[in-house]
Design a protein around this ligand. Structure first.
Ligand SMILES: Cc1cc2nc3c(=O)[nH]c(=O)nc-3n(C[C@H](O)[C@H](O)[C@H](O)COP(=O)(O)OP(=O)(O)OC[C@H]3O[C@@H](n4cnc5c(N)ncnc54)[C@H](O)[C@@H]3O)c2cc1C
Length: 336
């Protein structure tokens, strides 16, 4: 393992990880403990940053999201992993010589500062951006009382009056899910299609009122959501608003390697396709976390990072072994 006091321009690592959220840091922990030289480049904007607390992570229930990552950075540092605060702009294949297999070509990762770091393998865990509908005031409430995930926030808004905004093919399903947490639920088709007859029957059967009309704003009282306003001028009192944002992969580094995102079949945005270890269609490049699965929570993202890390280490072990065998044969043939 190569240990460096500080990361520097032009350094070469076994693995460069772009993105230091749950997936990236979890991978870094596994790779650091596997005695790999690792640098994590992290822009410091995890998807759940707007939320005050993180839920559903066994043993870390209710922890502020930033605290989990701070603990993670301290843990990976114990194994020599370096973390650079900053953004990677692009990556390019580098050093794919005739003595290397396709997956063994290295990568040069360019940072926004103009620095370049070299990697034998690349793991991209840059996550997604949630694209919200253009309703004034919505973004400011995101992760507070404008929500998407019942498992993340449902408990906190249980029994409250909740509206579900119909902006996605998944919105009726989302309403039926949130019904588990409250019976004071309103479905707002907004500018999307009205529920079809089967959906309307399901909503009615579960006591979910459908209120038609375009939502033109949110109402806030004492820094809490108090309702939404319809174009008709009518106010609908609510304490939380639920919607299914579009997942937009933060994939500029993968784009630069020619790897394009795939539209999600459920119409919830896009994602990067990879095998179950996170290996993408570009040899030597892995991806994990929300980038490959927009529905993954923090625990699942961390698990995907650890899985990718083990696969990367195995790939490097295979390369190291192949090279050792070749070197041994070269020595033998030089002796005869
Ligand atoms: C409002 C909200 C609340 C949530 N609450 C919960 C919850 O309570 N429990 C739960 O389990 N899940 C929750 N989630 C889901 C959770 O956010 C994700 O599961 C998790 O963040 C995915 O981890 P990740 O490592 O894939 O991506 P992220 O956590 O998004 O981390 C990606 C990192 O990569 C960095 N990055 C991006 N581009 C670059 C670049 N070019 N160069 C360098 N760095 C880059 C980003 O700055 C970021 O730090 C919530 C999501 C939202 C939107």
């Amino acid at each position: 393992m190569t240990q460096r006091p500080q990361p520097g321009n032009g350094d070469l690592y076994d693995v460069v990880i772009v993105g230091g959220g749950a997936a990236g840091l979890s991978a870094a922990l596994t790779l650091g403990r596997a005695r790999r030289s690792v640098v994590v480049i992290d822009g410091g904007e995890p998807r759940n940053a707007p939320a005050a607390h993180m839920h559903g992570f066994l043993s870390r229930e209710g922890l502020p999201p930033g605290q989990l990552l701070e603990m993670g950075r301290q843990e990976v540092a114990r194994y020599g992993v370096q973390v650079i605060a900053g953004r990677a702009r692009s990556a390019a294949r580098d050093g794919a010589g005739p003595d290397r297999t396709e997956s063994e070509g290295g990568f040069a990762v360019e940072l926004e500062t103009g620095w370049t770091v070299g990697a034998r393998r690349l793991l991209v865990t840059t996550g997604i951006t949630d694209e919200l509908p253009a309703i004034p005031g919505l973004r400011q409430r995101w992760g507070r009382d404008v929500l998407h995930c019942p498992y993340c926030h449902g408990w906190e808004v249980r029994d409250q009056p909740i509206g579900v905004l119909g902006i996605s093919p998944m919105s009726v399903h989302q309403a039926l899910l949130f019904r588990q947490w409250t019976d004071r639920l309103i479905y707002l088709p907004h500018i999307g299609p009205h529920p079809d007859p089967e959906q309307a029957e399901q909503l009615a059967a579960r006591g979910i009122r459908v209120v038609p009309g375009e939502v033109t704003g949110v109402e806030v009282d004492d820094d809490r959501l108090s309702g939404v306003r319809l174009r008709s001028g009518e106010s609908i009192p609510l304490q939380a608003l639920v919607l299914a944002p579009l997942a937009v992969p933060r994939a500029e580094v993968l784009d630069s390697l020619g790897l394009e995102a795939t539209e999600h079949p459920m119409g919830v945005g896009a994602y990067i396709t990879a095998d179950k270890t996170g290996l993408t269609s570009v040899p030597g490049v892995w991806a994990a976390g929300n980038l490959t699965d927009p529905s993954a929570n923090v625990l699942a993202s961390a698990a995907a990072g650890a899985t990718a890390a083990a696969a990367i280490n195995a790939d490097l072990v295979a390369e190291d072994t192949r090279r050792a065998v070749e070197a041994g044969r070269d020595r033998l043939s030089a002796e005869v």
